[in-house]
Ligand binder design. Structure first.
Ligand code: SF4
Length: 238
């Protein structure tokens, strides 16, 4: 279980460096959020945002997405990569919602606790713990921090948790996450991972966490340049 006082110290240093990340003015629809997160798997936010906008502009409604079929959808979202798997997952999601509930909505998830919500969302094909937890954070403002590849690498290097996989990291990190900071902590860690704490060569010299990070292989001597990379797909879905 993660130490919340350590999380709060890390969060303060990240906010001091990167600020409080902007969010869209209204909470994104959970169905749009899950589709955007499916599109974001294994690609960058700019490409997945293009694919998301393509869906919005090419279809009148979700029925039309189903009726035109998986191959047409795969073509529309090809900029996001893995278009066969992603279009399969999106069509499967829409068909199941229509068959089981009679409408295209995930609003009923709001009534469920975090574990029940994650269990239901991950029962959809192509939806893993990260995608489910993004819906809970971004659309329902839950106090949970999704764990993508950047959050997995950074929280394990910093020493918040010591886990071998993103899903194990998610459950260790979120036993009782401190209230009110999940969005800023999650988003700023992604930014830290993209810009400074990169997989091969972390630029520890520039890192706001260098005095408290417990990573034994910190690279303090390499004063590397780093570039800002602060476009976040999930904060542009509204
Ligand atoms: S000090 Fe280095 S290893 Fe630790 S979080 Fe910063 S960049 Fe990553």
């Amino acid at each position: 279980m993660a130490d919340n006082r350590f999380i709060l110290r890390i969060n303060k240093k990240l906010v001091d460096r990167f600020g409080i990340p902007k969010r869209s003015n209204k909470l994104p629809d959970p169905l749009e959020m899950i589709i955007a997160t499916i599109l974001s798997q294994n690609t960058n936010d700019k490409n997945s945002y293009k694919a998301f906008l393509e869906i919005r502009s090419c279809y009148k409604n979700w029925d039309e997405v189903i009726n035109k079929g998986q191959k047409v959808l795969a073509q529309k979202i090809k900029t996001a990569g893995l278009s066969k798997q992603k279009s399969d997952a999106i069509i499967n999601l829409l068909v199941r919602l229509k068959n089981e509930y009679g409408f295209f909505s995930l609003n009923h998830i709001k009534e469920k606790n975090n574990i029940a919500a994650i269990n239901e969302l991950t029962s959809f094909k192509g939806v893993g713990v990260k995608t489910a937890s993004c819906v809970l954070l971004f659309s329902f403002e839950r106090d949970i921090c999704p764990v993508d590849t950047h959050v997995f690498r950074t929280v394990n290097r910093i020493g918040v948790v010591k886990e071998k996989t993103p899903d194990k990291t998610f459950f260790a990190l979120n036993v009782k996450f401190p209230p009110g900071i999940a969005h800023q902590f999650h988003t700023n860690l992604i930014r830290l991972g993209r810009e400074i704490c990169k997989p091969a060569n972390p630029a520890c010299f520039h890192c706001p966490l260098k005095r408290i990070c417990r990573y034994p292989q910190k690279k303090m001597s390499a004063a590397k340049e780093y570039k800002s990379n602060d476009f976040f797909l999930l904060d542009n879905i509204s």
